[in-house]
Design a protein around this ligand. Structure first.
Ligand SMILES: *[C@@H]1O[C@H](CO)[C@@H](O)[C@H](O)[C@H]1NC(C)=O
Ligand SMILES: *[C@@H]1O[C@H](CO)[C@@H](O)[C@H](O)[C@H]1NC(C)=O
Ligand SMILES: *[C@@H]1O[C@H](CO)[C@@H](O)[C@H](O)[C@H]1NC(C)=O
Length: 463
């Protein structure tokens, strides 16, 4: 409790002509309290700080000489400067009424009533979501009862009393503030509540590609120690993969809780747990993403009481698809599509980076479309096309496709020549065959004609 209390400096507002008026000062044990004499006094004489039956806490001469009480339980707690008295690391026995007096002036110029504020919580250990948490803020009262209420870590007012009981949840992790209000003055006492949680906050999207590493993050926040988790009755930690909604999950890894902590692989999909066996960083990694990595990964911590704490990481794979393909003939139209398989959330931006010699190398910064059309690919369009996925200028991942372009004109001409030559050869062969056949027919005819008495003259004629 004590080590949670922060030492804060309490300055007392200047009160005009408050001679004798009593001022209430709230503090928690361990804090530092500074009492300031009202400045509109004539400090040409000795200034005294007293308590109880005129016991001196200290005095100061107008020219600076001073003396403080170094006796008994005040030893080491007091210090003075100009017109103020400081009590550091205030303890129970220091909550007294302090008077500030000037020599030869009978009435005190100021009276300070120091009142103790006590802030406690139960249980004092790490809380699991759902655990009951009680906070108590008690104040010593004097004359008027102060108003007390609690603020949660988000600064929202929770009640109108010093006692508060809530069910722990992630948002209740952090500093709670008890506000004590008295006579328009406010005093705030803080206390830290630790609720078990996992990082990163949900929902979390993680992006990868075939040319980028894959990290599936899950970690125990640094403010929570492994000892605290063990004391809470941790039973198991595991990773599961859900390729698609409706399909059975695959168990990827389970953490064996015996010392030393070791991950037991199941269907590990080539993933490796981060080597941090202080039990902090539970992330899985691989040096390259794969198309099949797409899906939901769930990191779960199970406790003895049946409670399970988990984080779901949605992994998306950035890909570039080229139609009609990666091997192209110059002059062809090509469409490149870069995406994650569904439309991009509005807070994400795409950036294309064409090869240096590409005709599209001067794509403007506003070219953020999923689809990119190259009306006629040229030789310069060959090479690596990169597509970057960014969120507020932070690179999330990038994908690469390599296009191969062949010279089209030459091959078309060659094709034309080859075809022409083939056609000519076929035609020649046909012609030759026809000619031979015709010739043979004629010879045969002549033979028959020669058996008659009047052979016809040489030559072709129609029958
Ligand atoms: C856990 O390890 C991964 C991979 O090395 C790293 O990127 C990440 O920042 C680590 N997380 C924490 C909370 O240390
Ligand atoms: C490229 O996209 C345009 C418009 O979407 C379409 O008309 C064209 O046929 C596509 N070309 C190829 C090669 O897919
Ligand atoms: C992105 O930047 C804008 C303004 O610069 C900011 O308001 C917003 O919170 C940022 N978003 C993320 C996810 O960092």
């Amino acid at each position: 409790m004590k080590n949670l209390i922060q030492s804060i400096l309490i300055l007392i507002a200047v009160l005009k002509s408050t001679t004798g008026a009593e001022e209430v000062i709230y503090a928690q044990v361990g804090e530092t309290v500074t009492l300031k004499a009202p400045v509109d006094n004539d400090f040409q004489s000795y200034l005294y700080w007293l308590y109880g039956k005129d016991i001196s806490l200290g005095w100061r001469h107008p020219h600076g000489a001073n003396n403080i009480n170094a006796d008994g339980h005040w030893t080491g707690h007091l210090s003075m400067s100009d017109h103020s008295l400081t009590i550091k690391n205030i303890q129970q026995e220091h909550f007294v009424t302090v008077l500030c007096k000037i020599l030869n002036t009978p009435a005190p110029i100021a009276t300070y009533r120091l009142l103790r504020v006590n802030v406690t919580m139960s249980p004092h250990s790490l809380l699991l979501p759902g655990d009951s948490l009680s906070l108590a803020c008690t104040v010593e009262t004097h004359q008027r009862k102060p108003q007390i209420y609690w603020l949660n870590p988000q600064g929202q007012k929770m009640n109108n009393r010093g006692l508060l009981t809530v069910r722990a949840s992630g948002e209740y992790n952090g500093q709670w503030t008890c506000v004590v209000t008295n006579d328009k003055k406010e005093y705030k006492a803080k206390i830290s509540v630790t609720v078990m949680d996992l990082s990163p906050p949900s929902p979390h999207h993680q992006y990868t590609s075939k040319s980028s590493p894959l990290t599936i993050p899950c970690s125990i926040p640094a403010r929570i120690s492994w000892e605290q988790i063990k004391a809470k009755g941790i039973q198991g930690i595991h990773w599961d993969f859900f390729p698609k909604p409706g399909l059975n999950p695959q168990r990827l890894f389970s953490l064996s809780l015996e010392d030393p902590l070791t991950w037991k692989p199941d269907q590990h999909r080539g993933l490796t747990p981060v080597q941090d066996l202080k039990g902090r960083n539970l992330s899985l990694t691989r040096n390259r993403g794969k198309e099949e990595d797409k899906g939901d990964y769930v990191c779960t911590l199970e406790f003895n009481n049946g409670l399970a704490l988990n984080r779901t990481i949605h992994v998306k794979v950035l890909q570039i698809i080229s139609t009609p393909g990666k091997e192209l003939i110059s002059g062809q139209q090509v469409n490149l599509t870069c995406g994650i398989g569904h439309s991009l959330p509005s807070d994400l931006q795409l950036k294309w980076i064409p090869p240096e010699q590409s005709s599209l190398s001067s794509l403007g910064p506003d070219h953020q479309h999923t689809h990119l059309t190259i009306p006629e690919v040229g030789m310069g369009d060959g090479g690596k096309w990169r597509c970057e996925l960014r969120q507020n200028n932070t690179l999330l991942t990038s994908a690469v496709i390599t296009l191969k372009i062949e010279k089209a004109k030459l091959s078309v001409w060659m094709l034309v020549i080859i075809c022409s030559v083939t056609v000519i050869i076929i035609l020649l062969i046909l012609f030759f065959i026809l000619y031979r056949r015709r010739k043979r027919k004629l010879t045969h005819l002549r033979h028959r004609l020669c058996q008659c008495k009047n052979p016809k003259p040489k030559g072709f004629y129609r029958t």
